[in-house]
Each structure stands twice: as C-alpha cells, then as structure tokens.
Design a protein around this ligand. Structure first.
Ligand SMILES: Nc1ncnc2c1ncn2[C@@H]1O[C@H](COP(=O)(O)OP(=O)(O)OP(=O)(O)O)[C@@H](O)[C@H]1O
Ligand SMILES: [Mg+2]
Length: 258
C-alpha cells in the first residue's frame, strides 16, 4: 500500500527539503518504489536538492488540471521519481493547492512511498499538503521559534486526522543554548525519531545538486539519513549493509530490491 508522507515544519529553512530529498534517495536505494513531490508551490527547490534538469511539465500544470501527474514525473538516474514544481511566477497563476489531495490519489497504488515536500508557514499550500497526506514527518531545529512553529503543524495534522510519524530534529550544533531532545519531545508531544547534526556536508551536497546520501554515501551524515529512512520504512537497518541478515529483511519488505 502506498504511504503518502508529508514533510512539514511550520518554520522555514529548518531542513524539510533536505530531509525529503535524502529520505527519498535512501528509500529508493533500499529498493522502495518512491516518488518525491515538490508541494512548495511558491518557493520550490526540491529539484536543486536532487539534481534534475528543468522539466517542461510540473506539479503546477497538474494542479491547474492541464496535465496528469505521470506527465510531470521525472525519473532520476537513481530510480527515484520526482514531481517538480514550476519555478516561474507565472506558474503560480490559477494554481489550486486544494487539488493536491486528488493529485496524490492519482499517484496512489503502485509506489511504496510518496514524499510530499511542504512549504513553510501555515498557508493554503502547506495545510493542503498535510490534509492530502496520511502521515506527517515534522522537521524542526533545537530552538524555541522552530519548535513553537512545529507545534502549530502538529495541531493542524491532529485536526486533519493525519498521523504524526515522528519528529526529525535537524541542524544540531551541540551548544548549551540549544533545546535538548527531551525538551523538544515534551514540548511537541511526539518522539524525536532522529537527531541530525548541522554539518557542512549538507551544503556541499546541495552545491553539487545531490542528496548527501549520494554525494557522500560513506559519510556519517548519510548514515543518519539512511537510519531515518529505515525507521520510516520499518526496516531493521544496521549500518553494515554487508550483513546478510539486514539484506534479507530489506528483501522481505521490498522484493524489487537488487
Ligand atoms: N543538517 C544540516 N546541516 C547543515 N546545513 C543544513 C542541514 N539541513 C539543511 N541544511 C541547509 O539549510 C538550508 C535550508 O534547508 P532546506 O532547504 O532543506 O530547508 P526547508 O525547510 O526546506 O526550507 P524552506 O522552508 O525554505 O522550504 C539549505 O541550505 C540546506 O543545505
Ligand atoms: Mg524547502
């Protein structure tokens, strides 16, 4: 069954697109049939994080009713499928974010995962993304503004009946002024499924237009993202993938894995 997962935050710049791109890439590498969709309609940039060329048909055309979602799907070399959004201001005209739910339903069936990269804030486009999804991964940073905004996202998800899969606490710099994992969990009321440090490898990967799991697969940052992906997919992943036990668990879950 397809899982529709929205990556949301409230506050901008916390790492939603970074998490979406890396989760999508890692799930694909695990053998899961995965689509990532750029639902940040005003400031889309998922394409830059993954490295896809400018694409003639985008999510904006789909939301306007001018194209089917399959026409706006770009297949990346890795096998990950990407639905980009249009980059021009003109693309925004007559776009109806409330159609996202129907558009996502058209993508249901075949893929294991559809990851929806949400816009920041709590406008129509981010609320539509949460409402259209079955689950939300809340991305936040260890400071009060980010966590306070994350709480609003949690409220909207709860009101919409969208399940909260967990919280990704990103850009941890490990200094005393930061909120701890326990503080974040008690404020948000949901488990922090992964703590991700602030690390220059992420910026370096973005400059290369690659998710860090592809830019530096052996780096510990990539391992973090693979662990989040395995957690989301329910895989008993261990860092040493040469372990035949781990491979067989992945094969059980995703028979297409090779
Ligand atoms: N763990 C990290 N370490 C270092 N830099 C990071 C990390 N996570 C994200 N970044 C950087 O922070 C910036 C914002 O990240 P990203 O675009 O993923 O955030 P966002 O929440 O999607 O932003 P927006 O709200 O604008 O959509 C990017 O330059 C990204 O490379
Ligand atoms: Mg983003």
């Amino acid at each position: 069954m397809t899982r529709l997962i929205c990556v949301s935050s409230g506050k901008g710049g916390v790492g939603k697109t970074t998490v979406t791109a890396n989760l999508g890439a890692a799930l694909t590498d695990f053998g899961a049939d995965t689509i990532v969709l750029d639902a940040n309609l005003t400031n889309p940039n998922l394409g830059f994080h993954i490295g896809i060329p400018l694409y003639p048909t985008t999510l904006h055309d789909v939301l306007k009713g001018d194209a089917h979602i399959t026409e706006a799907m770009y297949i990346h070399d890795s096998g990950l499928r990407v639905v980009p959004a249009g980059l021009s201001v003109d693309d925004l005209k007559d776009t109806a974010p409330e159609n996202l739910s129907d558009v996502l339903l058209d993508a249901v069936g075949e893929p294991d995962f559809v990851l929806v990269d949400s816009a920041a804030g709590l406008g129509d486009e981010s609320i539509s993304a949460i409402e259209a999804s079955d689950e939300v991964i809340v991305v936040t940073n260890p400071n009060l503004p980010a966590v306070t905004d994350a709480l609003k996202t949690v409220d909207i998800a709860e009101e919409s009946g969208t399940n909260i899969t967990g919280v990704v606490l990103n850009k941890i710099k490990d200094h005393d002024a930061e909120l701890s994992k326990d503080e974040v969990e008690s404020m948000i009321g949901y488990e922090v499924m992964m703590e991700i440090p602030h690390h220059e490898k992420v910026e370096e990967a973005l400059a290369q237009k690659k998710p860090v799991v592809h830019h530096a697969p052996d780096h510990h940052m990539s391992e973090r993202f693979r662990v989040v992906a395995s957690d989301v997919a329910g895989l008993d992943y261990e860092p040493d993938v040469s372990d035949p036990g781990v491979i067989s668990k992945i094969l059980d879950r995703f028979p297409s894995f090779v």
